[in-house]
Design a protein around this ligand. Structure first.
Ligand code: ZN
Length: 406
């Protein structure tokens, strides 16, 4: 087995730390932002570019790869990394989020602004529910061709073993901030029982596929906005053992009220073992990354930097702006004069403005390289600030300039 995690330094008077995750495909220095390559590609960017900009790993999605091209293709290719020519560590998320969010027809669970949402905003109206949860698993309709499929904890483990990422996640049920307290309790218990089944199936697959590199399994903590449920989930999964094994790390997932993000992460981290890594699922905005790191999350993933890039929204130290806007037509400065990425070293705002207006494919590519570099580099600077004991100074300086565009 070649998976380990070592804590190096902690943030004084806080739960955060830096450290190193070791996987069969190399190390991840934490805290780290992991770019999303949903379908085994970080959209619009070459794997070489993603490596050059400093990314240490990529995260793909089991649901999407299960439907297309199918996990048996990735298995035959020798696993996700080989298939996509990415020689560094890889993650897959379990597919639970997509099975339920695409199937139930949530509009944007990812926004997770608890204050502004009501159930009418959240559920797509008059749409057939495409996913049905029972105690054994989830039956869902493919968003591609309408075919029926079923995911259970065992199926998710089998699919993720065939895909072959270094770090995989247990199958969990996604809830929203608007489910009733009673439903959250039932769902949390279902996710707990599924976690045991994931450990059992993971153990069986690890033994039967011993010719393949070891895959680390992270349990996923739900519990929405409730302190007692978040703490219970962390304690249950933190202590859980089945078939003689425990989780290698933990994912903090589900409905997260972003205004309380740091507090919610802190509840979970309080209860989790210190010597195992914690991944905060689906979080990638600068202020949220600071809150996550401060409260003890080690790795992060989010589609925002790549998705925003494709709509010409780019990050800068003062906030995000739309480079296709009229005022950048003759602006021959880089997106961010402090940035060291390939795009900022070689191209101007005016050129990107032209590419986006002309709908040239290179526009999304250059913007993706910059945005992913910006966020990867921001978390890398947090890591260095923890190392030098300056985390809070760095946080104050960065967020003092950065205007949230949400
Ligand atoms: Zn740049």
């Amino acid at each position: 087995m070649s998976f380990s995690f070592k804590v190096k330094r902690t943030i004084p008077q806080a739960l955060g730390r830096n450290g190193v995750i070791a996987t069969p495909h190399g190390e991840i220095k934490t805290p780290a932002f992991i770019p999303v390559g949903t379908k085994a590609t970080v959209k619009a960017a070459l794997p070489d570019s993603i490596e050059d900009l400093g990314a240490q790993a990529v995260l793909a999605n089991a649901y999407h790869l299960y439907l297309q091209p199918g996990p048996e293709t990735l298995d035959a290719a020798g696993g996700l990394g080989k298939f996509m020519n990415w020689n560094r560590p890889t993650f897959t998320d379990s597919g639970g989020f997509q099975v339920m969010s695409l199937g139930v027809g949530f509009k944007k669970v990812i926004d997770m602004n608890g204050d502004s949402l009501n159930s009418d905003d959240l559920i797509v109206e008059k749409r057939e529910r495409l996913a049905h949860v029972d105690d054994d698993g989830v039956t869902f309709k493919s968003h591609l061709d309408g075919s029926m499929h079923r995911f259970s904890p065992e199926v998710s483990m089998q699919v993720q073993h065939q895909i072959g990422a270094d770090i995989i996640f247990a199958f969990d049920e996604l809830t929203t901030l608007h489910n009733t307290r009673k439903y959250q309790e039932e769902s949390l218990e279902r996710t707990r029982l599924w976690a045991i089944r994931c450990l059992d199936e993971h153990k069986r697959l690890t033994e039967s596929r011993s010719h393949r590199p070891y895959q680390a399994l992270f349990g996923v903590l739900q519990g929405a906005q409730y302190e007692d449920l978040r703490r219970k989930a962390a304690k249950d999964l933190g202590e859980m053992e089945s078939s003689g094994i425990a989780f290698d790390g933990f994912g903090i997932g589900g409905a997260l009220d972003k205004s309380k993000l740091g507090t919610i992460v802190g509840w979970a981290v309080d209860e989790l073992p210190v010597n195992k890594p914690r991944h905060l699922l689906g979080i990638g905005e600068p202020a949220d990354l600071f809150a996550g790191v401060e409260n003890g999350a080690d790795t992060f993933d989010c589609v925002a930097p790549t998705r925003e890039a494709r709509t010409s929204a780019v990050y800068s130290p003062t906030g995000r702006f739309n480079v296709s806007g009229g005022s950048y037509r003759k602006d021959f400065s880089p997106i961010d004069s402090e940035c060291t990425c390939y795009t900022c070293k070689n191209y101007t705002r005016a050129y990107l403005n032209h590419l986006f207006r002309a709908k040239e494919i290179l526009g999304p590519t250059l913007a993706t390289i910059h945005n992913v570099h910006f966020i990867v580099n921001l978390v890398e600077r947090m890591r260095l600030a923890i190392e030098s004991g300056d985390f809070f100074e760095f946080k104050k300086e960065f967020l003092g300039r950065y205007k949230n565009s949400n």
